[in-house]
Design a protein around this ligand. Structure first.
Ligand code: AMP
Ligand code: ZN
Length: 484
């Protein structure tokens, strides 16, 4: 934690959905933070609302790292078992998407997983430490379900294995749900096999769909897992039976995360399974939530095709607190683009003024340390990115600071903001003709690394180029690049 400033409050505080209060973050193991963020269901492109969730996770991870924590960030890829209703109803999203596009489920999963990471890379979202696919963890899910069954929380009905929520006393604590209300709200026509309307499937053998593409043998028959069990099984595998933080969008509170808690705590008998639950509010358009399944949604590529830089969208998101609903509009995105342009101008001007001394200052230069402390105070106050951005602007506009000092502090702040502002301090390609040649040389080196299947080196070269403000676009015709 040595790079904290003297004025920094020692503690990170986070709003915990479990208990609905702001709490000081106290890790289970000193200096370490285990974090699980629910990942995408890869049946379609992520919409810009989904991407808000991943930018939120990124800010959390970067803040924890800034505070000196060794973060293990785990994210799942849902490539099986997610029905269009979170409550075991509707169609299997993966199967429906594959049928519609005339592809296999795995082809669809592969394609949209790559598209997802292309988006998160373009948004400057750090890759998780562990990315795990549901289809590669079926044995872990079966083992966890067996433990839940041995402890008496399940029943078989109509060929499926269900979790009986009435046997789990804390069911609904996260969402402040009441079982009698759940019963009263039950709809007719819902799954008749369920003893309680909130019960959910751990293992399906009776698929509603003729051609369920992916099925596995299990003690309950050939079938496939329910959606919720994958997150319990994979988080337990990579983070242990108790871990620090779990996050997702607010839509996950009443069903998905509630069910994850029931499963994980029923299996282990331990409570709490997760100490802190963080939920981001929705990005909304025209007063409705943006949904991948309702069609007509905006993707990051749509914004790029409309002439925006992905980091304009990141800037727009940072301008809102993750627990406030954010209304998307092109006018607001224009505002973010203009602000980012001013930011670039300011950084370039400071770099020119700083001249040879640019980059030689340490970030904790005394002159700028007040702004850095303010920045840190904003982040440790439940990740207040709007206030953190305001500190960055305060710093950049302060005429009393030496340019090199302001610049160094801005780069330091960017470790969390992820706006790649270091690249903006560099001369433009027109000002520096050697730049394009250097980029081309690195692109060739990356191509060679890929041909030699040295993907770690290829990724490292991409990262180096990213630091120079260069974004690569791979296509069948080759690799092109652009400055961010
Ligand atoms: P999915 O791929 O549907 O499982 O969703 C991925 C993540 O995006 C989850 O954490 C959701 O809670 C979150 N999410 C979905 N829609 C929105 C939205 N409009 N705004 C913010 N987060 C969302
Ligand atoms: Zn999940």
């Amino acid at each position: 934690m040595e790079n904290r400033s003297k004025e920094l409050p020692p503690e990170l505080t986070l709003y915990n959905t479990l208990g609905r209060k702001t709490q000081t973050f106290e890790p289970l193991v000193a200096g370490k933070a285990g974090f699980y963020g629910c990942g995408p269901t890869v049946y379609n492109y992520a919409h810009i609302g989904n991407l808000r969730a991943y930018v939120t996770h990124d800010v959390l991870v970067r803040t924890l790292r800034r505070l000196g924590y060794d973060v293990n960030h785990v994210m799942n890829i849902t490539d099986v078992g997610h029905l269009s209703g979170d409550n075991d109803e509707g169609e299997d999203k993966m199967v429906a998407s594959a049928a519609e596009r005339g592809k296999t489920v795995l082809e669809i999963a592969d394609y949209y997983t790559q598209a997802f990471f292309k988006d998160t890379d373009r948004l400057g979202i750090a890759r998780p430490t562990v990315v795990c696919k549901a289809t590669e963890h079926i044995p872990e899910m079966i083992a966890l379900i067996q433990r839940i069954q041995e402890r008496g929380f399940t029943y078989l009905a109509g060929g499926n294995l269900y979790f009986d929520i009435s046997l789990f006393p804390r069911y609904g604590d996260l969402g402040l749900l009441r079982l009698d209300e759940l019963k009263a709200g039950a709809r007719t026509g819902a799954d008749e096999n369920k003893r309680n309307p909130g019960d959910f499937v751990l293992w399906f053998t009776k698929s509603k769909f003729e051609n369920q593409a992916l099925v596995w043998d299990s003690p309950w028959g050939r079938g496939y897992p329910g959606w919720h069990i994958e997150c319990s099984a994979m988080s337990v595998k990579y983070l242990g039976e108790a871990f620090d933080i779990h996050a997702g969008g607010i839509d996950h509170i009443p069903v998905h995360h509630t069910n994850e808690i029931a499963q994980s705590e029923a299996a282990s008998g331990r409570h709490p399974w997760v100490k802190y639950w963080l939920h981001n509010e929705f990005l909304v358009m025209d007063k409705g939530k943006m949904s991948k399944s309702s069609g007509g949604f905006l993707t990051l590529q749509t914004l790029i095709d409309d002439g925006y830089d992905p980091l304009d969208y990141r800037y727009f998101l940072l301008g809102g607190h993750y627990r406030s609903q954010l209304q998307f509009s092109y006018a607001a995105l224009d505002g973010a683009r203009n602000a980012r342009k001013s930011l670039g101008d300011k950084i370039r001007a400071l770099a020119a003024q700083a001249g040879q001394t640019a980059g030689t200052e340490t970030a904790r230069d005394e002159e700028a340390s007040g702004y850095l402390a303010e920045f840190d105070r904003a982040l440790v106050d439940d990740l207040s990115t709007p206030r953190a951005l305001a500190s960055l602007w305060g710093l950049l506009k302060d005429p009393a600071l030496r340019p090199a000092s302001a610049l160094a502090a801005a780069f330091d702040m960017d470790g969390v903001l992820g706006l790649n502002i270091r690249a903006q301090a560099l001369p433009s390609p027109a000002e520096d003709p050697g730049f394009a040649a250097e980029v081309q040389r690195l692109i060739e080196a990356r191509k060679d690394a890929k041909a030699a299947k040295n993907y770690a080196l290829a990724d490292e070269i991409r990262r180096q180029l990213g630091e120079k403000g260069v974004t690569l676009e791979d296509s069948p015709a080759g690799t092109s690049w652009r400055r961010t």
